[in-house]
Design a protein around this ligand. Structure first.
Ligand code: ATP
Length: 457
């Protein structure tokens, strides 16, 4: 199926409580978004999937949660104060600012794309993308600090503390998930390009002679994460090595993982070979030599760094876009978010067939309570069963449990699976355990089609 356009995703995300424009009642703020009740669950699930794969399941990577504001000299040494900028052009008439790269021609020759006046555009000037703030009560130049534009620098600056406290030898990695801030000139395409964003980054320190081997390893490993862990269709993913002229100032080789979005192939993650650029820069900046003892050679070496850096917001967007499906059924159409059960914000929804039967409601509520102890579950009786199924399909809930009149006699209820719409009849007391095992993929689904549901496609 072709990727849905962004409007469909933006509308679903807002209507169903995934993502809202920040400060919407005041008109919103470009580049800032709030994750709603379902969005925060999905986002946490994505981050957990990354952390589990990159840290918990490995013995060569450890975690870090560093401060967002760091010493301003970090950003001087890293090259961000001088180099983290885009060339910009201002219009003297309408005061709007444009990326020089987006203009078709030299500023002196063309009319302003906004107000149409000629001769009003300035020459291109570098505009730094870091947000500056002041630390302490006095707003003077000495107190300027920056909101970090990437999480990576803390891993370099804390390299020695981590290596020593955790008794690490090469190769090993430090991973971090956290907020970063970039004053993007053209934020947009929903949560694709934000000014406040979240990143999942890992710095893997290796002996310089092993850089190519580890670079290739991490490119492969990260691609596999998107397909096998997040469940993204491999057809919609590609690896794109950077041309030498587009490499960042710190990188010797970079490969991007891109997704086929409605706006075209766009970056989800970059795997960069940062060499010893950052450790050398902070050695020069701080006067403290950042190196590690290498037993094989009996010498101190400054490691090289292979960095897989991914965006949390782009991962959430990818899960929504890749999972979105519209299906024609016998009688109506349904929207299904076909996402991995581990990622779904709600794993099981309990739906009583009749809400005016107190015994039924009571059973259903008790079952919801039991389910919640094992998986994210919810109770809903605010519409007819057909509508309730559609609502759960649209948010990707893998299992719905219907408590019906028969349940009062046979002590069982019907579990219905999202994608196949087939059903299993299971004893109430076994349902939480069964659903937990299904969500974890420990046991196969054995549903059968049910004519009564009216859902046959
Ligand atoms: P782009 O070329 O799209 O601006 P980048 O190459 O500057 O991205 P990196 O600095 O490599 O991005 O950051 C690593 C990851 O962080 C990106 O692959 C992306 O997933 C995410 N990211 C970067 N900038 C943003 C942003 N403004 N909004 C959302 N995610 C972002």
């Amino acid at each position: 199926m072709p990727a849905p356009n962004f409007d469909v995703i933006v509308s679903l995300a807002k209507r169903r409580g995934f993502v809202f424009p920040s400060s919407e009642i005041y008109g919103g703020m470009a580049g800032f978004w709030d994750y709603g009740p379902l969005g925060v669950e999905l986002k946490n699930n994505v981050k957990q999937a990354w952390w589990r794969h990159m840290v918990s399941l490995r013995d060569d990577v450890v975690g870090l949660d560093a401060a967002i504001i760091m010493h301003p000299r970090v950003w001087e040494a890293s090259g961000h104060v001088a180099g983290f900028s885009d060339p910009m052009v201002d219009c003297r008439n309408c005061k709007l600012r444009f990326r020089a790269d987006d203009l078709k021609g030299a500023p002196s020759d063309i009319a302003c794309p906004n107000c149409g006046m000629k001769g009003t555009l300035t020459e291109a000037r570098q505009f730094n993308l870091m947000f500056a703030t002041h630390v302490g009560p006095v707003a003077e130049s000495a107190s300027v600090a920056y909101l970090r534009p990437e999480t990576a620098q803390a891993m370099f600056v804390q390299f020695e503390n981590v290596a020593t406290s955790m008794r690490r030898k090469l190769p090993f990695g430090i991973a971090q998930i956290g907020k970063s801030f970039r004053n993007e000139i053209t934020p947009g395409n929903f949560i694709f390009r934000d000014r406040e964003l979240e990143q999942m980054e890992m710095e893997f320190f290796v002996h310089p002679r092993d850089e190519d081997e580890w670079f290739a390893y991490w490119v492969g490993e990260r691609h596999r994460w998107w397909t096998d862990v997040l469940g993204i269709d491999a057809e919609n993913l590609r690896l794109r090595p950077h041309d030498p002229d587009e490499l960042s100032h710190y990188s010797k080789q970079t490969t991007d993982i891109e997704y086929r979005f409605p706006i075209g192939w766009s970056e989800l993650e970059g795997i960069a070979d940062r060499t010893d650029y950052d450790l050398q820069a902070h050695t020069a900046g701080s006067g403290k030599k950042l190196a590690i003892f290498d037993e094989a050679s009996g010498e101190h070496v400054v490691p090289y760094v292979i960095e897989p850096a991914a965006g949390v917001d782009r991962a959430v967007l990818t899960v929504l876009v890749d999972g979105y499906t519209e299906e024609q059924l016998a009688k109506d159409k349904r929207v299904v978010l076909r996402i991995r059960p581990e990622l779904a914000p709600v794993k099981a929804a309990v739906l009583p067939l009749l809400r005016n039967r107190p015994e039924l409601v009571e059973r259903a509520r008790a079952l919801t309570g039991d389910l919640k102890r094992r998986v994210a579950a919810m109770y809903d009786d605010t519409a007819s069963i057909g509508k309730l199924y559609r609502r759960q399909d649209e948010i990707g809930t893998p299992f719905c449990v219907t408590v019906d009149v028969e349940s009062l006699d046979d002590g069982a209820a019907t579990i219905r699976e999202r994608d196949s719409m087939t059903q299993e009849r299971v004893a109430l007391e076994h349902i939480p355990e069964r659903i937990e095992a299904l969500v974890a993929g420990r046991t196969p689904w054995q549903g059968v089609p049910r004519e009564t549901s009216g859902e046959a496609s």
